[in-house]
Design a protein around this ligand. Structure first.
Ligand code: ZN
Length: 491
C-alpha cells in the first residue's frame, strides 16, 4: 500500500495513521438507516462520507468488506428502552405488516443511494434476520456477569461494567456525569438504574414484532444488532466503525460496552464519525418544518426550496465540506454547488479537446500528489476539489494553447482526473448520463453545422459563417471561436 491514510479516531481524539489488522484487507461497519420513513438529508451525509472512505480504500489497493446494516426492529420511539417500535408504529397507523413498512422504506433508501451514486456495501444485514446472533450475544454478556434479568427483559449492568471498564470512553463521559444528566426512574421501570439499557425486551401483548427467547417472547434492544452483526461478519476485532455523530452516545457507547462485555475486549480500532447537517443554520426536525427528504430535494417540492437540485449537486455539496465540519444547507449554498459542479464537469469534458504537443509546460503528477495528500489527511475532500478546480483552469489554458502537454502527459492527466472525479469522489456526469439514456440528437447536428461554418470561414464567406452562428445562438447553443476551430455549449 503506498497510501499513508490518516483518520481521526473518535476513541483517541486524534488523527492516526491507518494500519489494518490484516495486511491489504479492511473490515468496516457503518450504522445504516432505521427504515420507517423516507430517506432525508440526514441520511445523505453519512452515506456519502463512508462511500468516499470505501472508494478511497479500494482505490488505495485494499480489499474492503463494508457492512452497513438495516435497522428494521428494536429502534424504539424514545431511542432508549421506552416507547413503541418505530416500524411497528408506522405499520399500525397504516395498517400494514411491519415488514411491509421495512421493505418499502428499504427500497426507497436504495433508490436514493443509487441516485447519489453511493456504492452498495459488501453486506447489508437486517436486524430482524439476526435475532439468533443477538440472543447468543446477550447470553454471553449475561454469562460474563454484566447483565441482569428483570421481569422477562435483560438489561446491561452499566455500573458493574464501569467498575471494570470505562463506560463513556468514546464520548468522553464518566458515569458520574451520566448519572447527573439522566432523569430518575419513575418506579415503573424494570431497570435498576436509569442509565442501564435493554439487551432484550419482553414484548407487551400489543407488540407485534416478537421472537421467542430463553427470557420471554420479545425483541432485541436497539444497540444489540450492531454488536451482533459486526461480530458475525467482521469478527471479534475489525478495523473501522463509522456513523453519524448523533449515534456516538448512547448507541456506539453501548455497542462498545456490549462487545467488550461479551468478548473481553473492544471490537473496532478506529471510530469515525461524520458531523451533522443543519438547514439555514437550524437543526433539522419534523416540528421545525425544515425536514427535507431526498426526493423533495431532487424534485424541488418543499416550501423551503427555490428549485430542484440534482443528486450530484447534493453529493458534490456534501463533498465540498470536510466530513467533520457541520454542513449547512441553504438555497444559496446549493446553487453555488450546482455552478461549481458544472464548472468541474466542463473541465473534464474539455480534456477531450486538448491536442498534444512535443513538450509539456504542465506537470500532471502534481495534481495526483495534491489529491492524494488531501485524501490521506483524514479524507480532506474539499482540498481535492480545490486542486481539481486549479486544474480546470490549466485544462482551459491547454485548450486555448496558452500551455502545452505531451501525449503521454495528457493520458496521465486524464487518468488522474477520471480517478479522482469519478472513482473516488464518486461524481457522475449527469448531463452525459441523461444524453445516454435518450438518444443524443443534438451533438452530431451541431458538429455538422460547425463543420459547414468552418468551410464557410475558410472560403471567407463571413455571411454564411455568421448565419450559422446566429442560428445556433437562437436555438440556445453558444459558439466560441478558437485559433484552430470552435467550441460550443448549451446555455
Ligand atoms: Zn449501530
Amino acid at each position: 500500500m503506498d497510501s499513508k491514510l490518516s483518520l481521526y479516531n473518535t476513541l483517541t481524539r486524534r488523527k492516526e495513521e491507518f494500519e489494518p489488522l490484516v495486511e491489504g484487507r479492511v473490515g468496516m461497519y457503518v450504522c445504516g438507516p432505521t427504515v420507517y420513513g423516507d430517506p432525508h438529508l440526514g441520511h445523505a451525509r453519512p452515506s456519502v462520507t463512508f462511500d468516499l472512505l470505501f472508494r478511497y480504500l479500494k482505490a488505495s489497493g485494499y480489499k474492503v468488506r463494508y457492512v452497513r446494516n438495516i435497522t428494521d426492529v428494536g429502534h424504539l420511539e424514545h431511542d432508549a428502552d421506552e416507547g413503541e417500535d418505530k416500524i411497528a408504529k408506522k405499520a399500525r397507523l397504516e395498517q400494514l405488516e411491519p415488514m411491509e413498512v421495512a421493505h418499502y422504506y428499504t427500497e426507497r433508501y436504495h433508490k436514493a443511494m443509487e441516485a447519489l451514486n453511493v456504492e452498495t456495501p459488501s453486506i447489508e444485514p437486517h436486524a430482524s434476520g439476526h435475532i439468533i446472533e443477538q440472543i447468543e450475544m446477550v447470553k454471553r454478556i449475561y454469562d460474563a456477569g454484566f447483565a441482569y434479568i428483570s421481569n422477562g427483559s435483560v438489561y446491561f449492568d452499566v455500573e458493574k461494567y464501569n467498575a471494570k471498564y470505562h463506560y463513556g470512553k468514546l464520548s468522553g463521559r464518566n458515569l458520574e456525569d451520566i448519572v447527573v444528566n439522566t432523569r430518575e426512574l419513575d418506579g415503573q421501570s424494570d431497570k435498576r438504574h436509569s442509565f442501564d439499557f435493554a439487551l432484550w425486551k419482553k414484548a407487551s401483548p400489543e407488540h407485534i414484532m416478537r421472537w421467542p427467547s430463553p427470557w420471554s417472547d420479545g425483541f432485541p434492544g436497539w444497540h444489540m444488532e450492531c454488536s451482533a452483526m459486526s461480530t458475525r461478519y467482521l469478527g471479534e476485532r475489525f478495523d473501522i466503525h463509522g456513523g453519524g455523530m448523533d449515534l456516538m452516545f448512547p448507541h456506539h457507547e453501548c455497542e462498545i460496552a456490549q462487545s467488550t462485555a461479551a468478548l473481553g475486549h473492544d471490537s473496532a480500532r478506529y471510530w469515525v464519525h461524520n458531523n451533522m447537517v443543519t438547514i439555514n443554520g437550524q437543526k433539522m426536525g419534523k416540528s421545525l418544518g425544515n425536514f427535507i427528504t431526498l426526493e423533495e430535494l431532487f424534485t424541488g417540492s418543499h416550501k423551503l426550496l427555490e428549485q430542484a437540485y440534482t443528486p450530484m449537486t447534493i453529493r458534490f455539496f456534501v463533498l465540498q465540506a470536510h466530513y467533520r465540519s457541520t454542513l449547512d444547507f441553504s438555497n444559496e449554498a446549493l446553487q453555488a454547488a450546482e455552478k461549481g459542479l458544472d464548472r468541474l464537469m466542463k473541465g473534464v469534458d474539455a480534456l477531450a479537446k486538448v491536442k498534444p504537443s512535443a513538450t509539456s509546460t504542465v506537470k500532471p503528477e502534481e495534481l495526483e500528489k495534491r489529491c492524494r495528500t488531501a485524501m490521506d489527511d483524514d479524507l480532506n475532500s474539499p482540498m481535492v476539489i480545490s486542486a481539481l478546480f486549479d486544474w480546470v483552469r490549466i485544462i482551459n489554458q491547454l485548450v486555448e494553447g496558452q500551455q502545452t502537454i505531451t501525449a503521454e502527459d495528457l493520458e496521465l492527466l486524464k487518468g488522474i482526473v477520471n480517478r479522482y472525479v469519478f472513482d473516488i469522489l464518486g461524481l457522475r456526469d449527469e448531463k452525459a448520463a441523461g444524453a445516454a439514456s435518450g438518444r443524443d440528437y443534438v451533438t452530431p447536428l451541431v458538429e455538422m453545422l460547425l463543420e459547414e461554418r468552418l468551410k464557410a470561414r475558410a472560403a471567407k464567406d463571413w455571411a454564411a459563417s455568421d448565419r450559422i452562428r446566429d442560428g445556433l445562438a437562437a436555438a440556445g447553443i453558444r459558439v466560441k471561436d478558437r485559433k484552430d476551430g470552435s467550441d460550443w455549449e448549451i446555455e
